[in-house]
Design a protein around this ligand. Structure first.
Ligand code: NAD
Ligand code: UDP
Length: 336
């Protein structure tokens, strides 16, 4: 199968490209490199032994998408391309809606016009807002507090409508919990621009000595140690979820939603402790005020993905931090 991977140069996309190639699929990456580096393609090739076809372009540029679909006979699309920083989305909502929603509309339109109706879409646990109970199931009420989450929810709703209007579409909406870790080779991993916003890359920078200490956002949540609890999932497990979701697409599929999480939550301090052990480094931290918009607890009920996709996360927290640290310590400047 020839799979178009939008955003395939990014963190989750690059790991998914490796697994797609290893599974015998042909991969074509479409990415504007706004949050990624072209060195990632050499690294993917080093791992899989296969070159990566790459078309540099922006999903907001419909003509560029049309050219790609005219040139290649694309069987399916995995759509990762998007902006993902919650805080940035609050200060720049228009940029987020244009990039994520308008770009996605272009993509779906060009797919439909070319008869390509198999799609796996990157959604987020952000669409559950602040749930009343745990673990979080796919049929929980949806709400979100920020433009990033809104953009994901809008795209989900658009795709549900598209699936209802035209039964030829085969769509999986994958709601990721907290992706961390890296390919076990240490050749590819998360390479954020500037100071990281997310916990694991921030902790890794502290372990490297590039940032002085971690600010733990809130020590008074109703959790095991007062710090926020999340469902961290190894990026290789997440990538595998995309392969399983792609294989599960079929003529009677419609639009389906799946959680991709482990089902287990860890607190910030548990992550810090695991990272200190894996790296053998001190992780100095201080507890500061809660970060605006954060929720106390989030972890998935992955039963549906297990039953319907035959997918289950394999790696625990120790493996996640070990692989994350290998990538970060062997590539302190990321792909530069
Ligand atoms: P990433 O930033 O590493 O990868 C996204 C890629 O998309 C980048 O290579 C970027 O250059 C590209 N891109 C962005 N806008 C584009 C555009 N307009 N046209 C073409 N390419 C564009 O992010 P990631 O962590 O790999 O996330 C991938 C997807 O998963 C995103 O849609 C994100 O919202 C979603 N997601 C991520 C997380 C997470 O914590 N990493 C959690 C839930 C959902
Ligand atoms: N967090 C923290 N310090 C940081 C970054 C994150 O204490 O510098 C906490 C955050 O409050 C949350 C958890 O770590 O409880 C995961 O945060 P992240 O931003 O990685 O993911 P998200 O909030 O999107 O789930």
């Amino acid at each position: 199968m020839l799979v178009l991977v939008t955003g395939g140069a990014g963190y989750i996309g690059s790991h998914t490209c490796v697994l797609l190639q290893e599974a015998g699929h042909e991969v074509l990456v479409f990415d504007n490199l706004s949050n990624s580096h072209p060195e990632v393609f050499n690294r993917i090739t080093q791992i899989s032994g296969q070159p990566v076809a790459f078309s540099e372009g922006d999903i907001r540029d419909k003509a560029a998408l049309e050219r790609v679909f005219n040139q290649f006979d694309i069987d399916a699309v995995i759509h990762f391309a998007g902006l993902k920083v919650v805080g940035e989305s609050i200060s720049e909502p228009l940029r987020y809606y244009q990039n994520n929603v308008e770009g996605s509309l272009n993509l779906f339109d060009v797919m439909a016009a070319n008869g390509c109706k198999k799609l796996v879409f990157s959604s987020s646990a952000n669409v559950y807002g602040d749930p009343d109970s745990f673990p979080i199931k796919e049929d929980f009420p949806l709400s979100t507090f920020n433009p990033y989450g809104q953009s994901k929810l809008m795209i989900e709703n658009i795709l549900k409508d598209v699936g209802r209007a035209d039964p030829d579409w085969e769509i999986s909406l994958l709601r990721y919990f907290n992706p961390v870790g890296a390919h076990p080779s240490g050749l590819i991993g998360e390479d954020p621009n500037g100071i990281p916003n997310n916990l694991m890359p921030y902790v890794a920078q502290v372990a490297l000595g590039r940032l002085p200490q971690l600010n733990v956002f809130g020590g008074d949540y109703p959790t095991i140690d007062g710090t926020g609890v999340r469902d961290y999932i190894h990026v290789m497990d997440l990538a595998d979820g995309h392969l399983k979701a792609l294989s599960a697409l079929n003529k009677k599929h419609g639009c389906e939603v799946y959680n991709l999480g482990t089902g287990k939550g860890y607190s910030v301090l548990q992550v810090v402790e695991a990272f200190a052990q894996a790296s053998g480094r001190d992780i100095p931290y201080q507890i500061v005020d809660r970060r605006s918009g954060d929720i106390a607890i989030s972890y998935a009920d992955p039963t549906r993905s297990q039953e319907k996709l035959g997918w289950r996360a394999q790696s625990g927290l120790a493996q996640m931090v070990e692989d994350h640290w290998r990538w970060q310590s062997e590539n302190p400047d990321g792909f530069e």
